[in-house]
Write a protein that binds this ligand. Structure first.
Ligand code: CMP
Length: 140
């Protein structure tokens, strides 16, 4: 089933020049990039995006990190692309992520890598619609 996912190349990935590599892997898998933008997120955008994590110990540091510089935001479209992109991304912690995945191959920043894990991808069709509307108003 054709789905959409909201993918972010987080500030660590953008800063390290990994945007092209992440987008290359998405296209190589056969998914389409139907919207693309580079922007420095506002606190409001991040509070909306990470609303489910409010109150958790990593919430404030996460907002601080995510607003520290530009991110690349993309709408990815394709058959099963929500699970498919999460599979491309690998486990949240790059130390645990399998070789061949974005985080397994490219994860760095030992110690902070659960936060600075290069990419974000939506975890359900409902999250995707909600997140796409935050990063690309009107498209969600
Ligand atoms: P993401 O998919 O963007 O969704 C929530 C983010 O919170 C996650 O990726 C990580 O960047 C971050 N995160 C999740 N768990 C932790 C944790 N235990 N410590 C720090 N950051 C975390």
């Amino acid at each position: 089933q054709t789905e959409r996912s909201l993918v972010l190349v987080k500030p660590d990935g953008y800063r390290r020049g990994l945007t092209g590599e992440v987008l290359r892997r998405i296209e190589a898998k056969g998914y389409a990039l139907t919207a693309l933008a580079v922007l420095t997120p506002t606190r409001e955008q991040l509070a909306a995006h990470y609303a489910e994590h409010e109150g958790k110990p990593f919430y404030e540091p996460l907002l601080e990190f995510m607003s520290s510089g530009p991110v690349a935001a993309a709408v990815v479209e394709g058959h099963g692309c929500i699970a498919g992109f999460r599979s491309l991304a690998g486990a949240t912690d790059p130390t645990a992520a399998a070789p061949g995945t974005i985080r397994g191959d490219l994860g760095r920043d030992w110690g902070t890598s659960v936060q600075q894990n290069i990419v974000h991808g939506s975890d359900s069709p409902e999250s995707a619609a909600r997140e796409i509307d935050i990063w690309f108003p009107g498209l969600g």
